[in-house]
Ligand binder design. Structure first.
Ligand SMILES: CC(C)(COP(=O)(O)OP(=O)(O)OC[C@H]1O[C@@H](n2cnc3c(N)ncnc32)[C@H](O)[C@@H]1OP(=O)(O)O)[C@@H](O)C(=O)NCCC(=O)NCCS
Length: 160
């Protein structure tokens, strides 16, 4: 195991291709986009990986200053993205991932706590995060970081 420190730093535009790669690699079984593909197949010649990776582009366009990456010896090991709704004082974590090789070491928790600190510093009063019912890790990790369950959502889709 590599004992070099894992540092969390601000996102840089040059990180984007690697964040897209980590996203596709990490979200395999837990992405709603993949569930849509399982149910309805591929449409518009764009698969779930292309759509899911695009979510990260959207995050950095919406709030680049709220994107943070975890790095070990120059290698990206994970990231967290944040959106800020300043009018309503609400922050949200739309995406979070840690590469398989670095999981279970507390990095996901560190990224979440970093995001919470950032939202607090930015004056947010509420922080939100969601997870799929099938994501057992999220349902363990988020409450253990202080998040409380407030509601459940069901996703529907119709092929047109
Ligand atoms: C979610 C994710 C970011 C967590 O990263 P990580 O670095 O492994 O997280 P941590 O090591 O900080 O914590 C993982 C926690 O989940 C627990 N855990 C691991 N497998 C679990 C399982 N199958 N069921 C329940 N809890 C589990 C660990 O024990 C640990 O909890 P602990 O600190 O109380 O012991 C990572 O698993 C990931 O990238 N998953 C795929 C993408 C994803 O699901 N993103 C979030 C979308 S909502």
């Amino acid at each position: 195991m590599n004992d070099a420190p894992l540092l969390i730093r601000a996102y840089r535009a040059t990180d984007l291709p690697e964040l897209r790669r980590i996203t596709v690699e990490s979200f395999g079984s837990v992405a709603l986009e993949q569930m849509l593909e399982h149910k309805f197949g591929v449409w518009n010649t764009r698969d779930w990986k292309a759509r899911k990776a695009d979510h990260i582009d959207d995050d950095v366009v919406a709030c680049a200053e709220g994107c943070f990456v975890a790095e070990r010896e120059g290698e990206l090991m994970g990231y967290v993205t944040i959106r800020l709704d300043r009018l309503n004082g609400k922050g949200r974590i739309p995406n979070l991932a840690v590469v398989e090789a670095a999981r279970g070491l507390g990095l996901g928790r560190r990224l979440i706590m970093h995001a919470i600190d950032f939202m607090r510093e930015e004056g947010m009063k509420i922080a939100q995060i969601e997870t799929m019912a099938s994501n057992a890790i999220g349902q363990h990790l988020y409450p253990s970081c202080g998040f409380e369950e407030v509601g459940r959502q069901v996703h529907y889709a119709l092929k047109l």
